[in-house]
Design a protein around this ligand. Structure first.
Ligand code: GLN
Length: 257
């Protein structure tokens, strides 16, 4: 073996070792970091009632927070919440700013390329909201060519963008789209069914159509390959479902009246 071959061999070996180490340490690190810091960091966008919103005290509350509290309790650490744009969540996860995403986030093929997802914890769908006296839009077919408001980067955005001839209005917060709908600047808002229910209940001049546009599932996102942490989250979700705690959280945030 000549010198060049030897050197190349050593360089290759070192590279393989480094890549291997990187892959292992990443999976171990989240669990270790959580234990070392005595806290786990949830990323969310607190503009999505009843899953996450600001309560009277200004704290982030909601279904996802209650779920995350259970996950943190099972880990024996404190829950810390980072509130940011919905669109920024996966990047924040992959940069290590947060440990997991709980944000009414739908599992999609695209997102599965950049994150791993837990077992599903909620069945969801995209619905249409219009002004209460609108007689023109009665279902998805009537959205062709209309001005549609969505929260940027959501499945509602993806779905509505597919409709022929639509003019898209993308907002950082769903509520901003609702305001534009009330003002008549847009014809409809496409958003998840649960927040839609909350917005319509608070605004008598709006109504939600019966027809849903999609069938989706919410799950918690973790960094790709973070398998020990993901197993722990899945075990927590299964425990919560089996123990009746899930039903309590559901009754508190989803079926309030
Ligand atoms: N479920 C939608 C999505 O995952 C919207 C989530 C949200 O706005 N928080 O894209």
């Amino acid at each position: 073996m000549n010198n060049v071959m030897k050197k190349t061999g050593i360089v290759l070996l070192v590279l393989v070792l480094l890549v291997g180490l990187g892959a292992c340490s990443r999976t171990v690190n989240t669990m270790e970091r959580i234990a070392d810091n005595d806290r786990v960091i949830m990323g969310t966008n607190a503009e999505f009632p009843p899953f996450e919103y600001r309560d009277e005290t200004g704290a982030v509350a909601g279904f996802d927070v209650a779920l995350a509290e259970e996950i943190a309790a099972d880990l024996g650490v404190e829950l810390v919440i980072e509130d940011m744009d919905f669109n920024a969540l996966i990047a924040a996860l992959n940069s290590g700013k947060i440990d997991f995403v709980a944000a009414g986030m739908t599992v999609t093929e695209d997102r599965l390329e950049n994150a791993d997802f837990s077992v599903a914890y909620f069945d969801a769908s995209q619905v249409i909201i219009v002004q209460a006296d609108n007689t023109d839009i009665n279902g998805a077919d009537d959205l062709v060519g209309k001005r549609i408001g969505v929260q940027e980067g959501t499945t509602g955005d993806l779905e509505a963008s597919e409709i022929e001839g639509v003019e898209m209005f993308r907002y950082r917060k769903g509520i901003d789209g609702i305001m534009d709908l009330k003002n008549g600047n847009i014809d409809a808002v496409v958003i998840d069914g649960q927040p839609a229910g909350v917005f319509v209940q608070l605004n008598a001049d709006l109504r939600m159509l019966d027809d849903a546009l999609t069938v989706e599932e919410y799950a918690i996102a973790v960094r790709k390959g973070d398998s020990a942490f993901l197993s722990s989250i899945n075990a927590s979700i299964e425990r919560i479902k089996a123990s009746g705690r899930y039903q309590e959280i559901y009754d508190e945030y989803i079926e309030q009246d």
